[in-house]
Design a binder for this molecule. Structure first.
Ligand code: SRM
Ligand code: SF4
Length: 547
């Protein structure tokens, strides 16, 4: 596709309308580059099945185009009807699988152009949306996955929904195009974003003191509730996290967020809006590779940012409240919600919900959504929590999962349940290597080598991506494989177990065919050199990187 100037496109799009309507009325199976870019704001990507590219091209056929549609689900919370809407979409119009994303949302792949409208309508009928799930706007707001129904956790969910609503584009184009709304007389003004929206995507995560179940520091804004006597006294704000980088382009880099300041509950939305506006006005609009807010924070510094935020709000933020003891938490297995109900955190390998070879996770979840009075949370580690299970249903749901061949979270190794991988091939147009499809076997290899090194079931937070964009947050893991080309991966080590120190490159390029050799070497040395209770991330940081 020919490159378009995205800034000009946004400006002239008539509030995100562009030529979407006319392009969806033609016979083609794909869309132009202009429409492809605008469709992101409506929550979808044009893709093609990369497994079929070669064969189709040799037969003189065009690529096998389809759309990936992403729902916007603040905090990943859905009710059974919303779950079933996605299940239906995947079967009726998609590729019969659902994909839980690293931002607590659902993606459905393989939707043909003629079915896009039906899919969006079905999602909206279930009272969810796809607007701003993608595009140069605020993306899905993620929240700690702690299942306990404490007042604090509920408040954080409410905050996520408020922020998501506040930062949703106000253009009526979405309703008009997909939901058969009446054409608006003119494009509605965007009070926060303006006509060119943000320079790039924008991400917000919310958690509480010490709970890093969501990699809070990898977001443009990390919001951390500070508790006093089990009440939220306000929020620490962290700024300028982000993970994407481009191979051989040193100006691009992953970055953890810096502390900005502390804000009281009643001012949080105002401050978040001000931060978004600073990025809107000062972010790089010349080069999309350098347009994320992390580069603005890195180049201007936090104190400059403080002043710009204060220009919008008229007040200075208080000093950050020191927080040190961060924990990585998976929240899998059974948790007492402390309201008389239970949550079962179900490990979903790489977020893929499907029925295959006697493993019938999709059918099991469909039955649970249909027959039980429960709800669900999609987690930032691509798992699903079945929530609000009554005491009497605990055993029935356990049996149902077992009958469908779904292994309990506790039956998988610690490293497997701490692993995530991005979709990569065959759907992702940016993938340089495999990821989701090969990760299960790589984890088996890691487990085998850990056992042989005398460390059975040791937990290493391990992640894989098919390119350096960082969708499975590899640089916030302890050990990571980042796609380079073919079967070759950049090998990363040295990140902290709790996501507060990034990885660094250990090997520039290593073939997957020699992973067994690599793991044998790494884990034998780790087992003999590690201090008591030392994590792989800390050991590799001190032994492999700081030489
Ligand atoms: Fe991502 C682009 C999948 C979370 C950084 N990401 C893509 C696209 C849409 C490829 C494209 O642009 O054509 C991928 C679609 C693949 C497919 O076939 O489905 C894709 N990203 C995903 C998901 C589904 C990965 C997953 O395993 O779950 C995640 C969807 C989240 C959601 O529900 O909104 C996903 N992406 C992330 C994250 C992690 C996070 O947000 O916590 C990151 C790193 C954090 C960050 O943003 O810095 C991430 N994705 C990127 C980037 C690099 C952005 C940058 O700053 O350079 C791209 C490429 C781009 O934007 O140009 C990208
Ligand atoms: Fe695609 Fe790269 Fe993201 Fe993986 S990390 S989904 S390969 S863009």
């Amino acid at each position: 596709m020919a490159k378009v100037n995205v800034e000009e496109l946004k400006l002239n799009s008539d509030g995100l309308r562009g030529d979407i309507v006319s392009e969806f009325s033609n016979e083609k199976s794909n869309v132009t580059e202009e429409t492809y870019q605008l469709l992101k704001f409506h929550g979808m990507y044009l893709q093609d099945d990369r497994d079929q590219r070669k064969q189709r091209s040799s037969q003189g056929l065009e690529r096998a185009f389809s759309f990936m549609i992403r729902s916007r689900i603040p905090g990943g919370l859905i009710n059974p009807a919303q779950y079933l809407a996605h299940d239906k979409i995947s079967d009726q119009w998609g590729n019969h699988t659902l994909r839980i994303t690293t931002r607590e949302a659902f993606q459905v792949h393989g939707i043909l152009k003629g079915d896009v409208k039906s899919v969006i309508q079905t999602i909206n009928q279930s009272l969810l949306s796809t607007i701003s799930a993608c595009g140069d706007v605020n993306r899905n707001v993620i929240v700690t996955t702690d299942p306990v129904k404490s007042k604090v956790n509920l408040q954080l969910q409410v905050l996520a929904e408020k922020i998501a609503d506040h930062l949703t584009p106000k253009s009526t184009a979405y309703h008009e195009i997909w939901l058969n709304g009446e054409p608006a007389l003119k494009a509605v003004e965007e009070p926060i974003y303006g006509k060119t929206y943000l320079p790039r995507k924008f991400k917000i995560a919310i958690t509480k003191f010490g709970d890093n179940s969501i990699d809070v520091f990898t977001n443009d804004i990390g919001i951390v509730a500070i508790l006093r006597n089990d009440q939220i006294s306000g929020y620490n704000l962290y700024l300028g996290g982000g993970l994407g980088k481009t191979h051989n382009m040193e100006e691009t880099f992953p970055r953890l967020a810096d502390p900005l300041g502390f804000v009281k509950e009643e001012k949080i939305i105002e401050v978040v809006e001000a931060i978004v506006k600073v990025q809107r006005d000062h972010g790089n609009r010349e080069n999309r590779k350098l347009a994320r807010m992390k580069y603005l924070v890195a180049s201007k510094g936090i104190s400059w940012f403080h002043d710009r935020v204060a220009e919008f709000t008229g007040f200075k933020l208080d000093s950050i409240v020191p927080v040190s003891d961060w924990q990585y938490a998976k929240y899998l297995g059974w948790t007492d919600q402390q309201d008389g109900k239970w949550t079962y955190g179900l490990f979903v390998e790489n977020g893929r919900i499907l029925d295959k070879d006697g493993f019938n996770l999709k059918s099991a979840l469909k039955k649970i959504a249909t027959n039980f009075n429960v709800s669900f949370r999609l987690t930032a580690t691509q798992d699903i929590q079945i929530r609000d299970i009554s005491e009497k249903d605990k055993l029935v749901i356990s049996d149902l999962l077992a009958d469908h061949g779904v292994g309990f979270s506790e039956s998988h190794s610690e490293t497997r349940t701490a692993s995530i991988a991005c979709p990569a091939l065959p759907t992702c147009g940016l993938a340089l290597t495999e990821s989701e499809r090969v990760m299960p076997d790589i984890i088996s290899l890691i487990d085998k080598n850990l056992t042989e090194a005398g460390l059975p079931n040791f937990q290493i937070v391990t992640r894989m991506t098919g390119c350096p964009n960082g969708c499975a947050r590899p640089y916030a893991a302890e050990l990571a494989f980042v796609g380079k080309s073919g079967i070759n991966y950049e090998i990363h080590v040295g990140g902290s177990h709790n996501g507060t120190r990034l990885t660094q490159v250990y090997l520039d390029s290593w073939p997957a065919s020699r992973f067994d050799e690599l793991f044998k070497d790494l884990f034998t040395r780790f087992a003999s050199e590690k201090n008591e209770n030392e994590t792989f991330g800390d050991w590799s940081n001190r032994s492999l990187l700081n030489r």
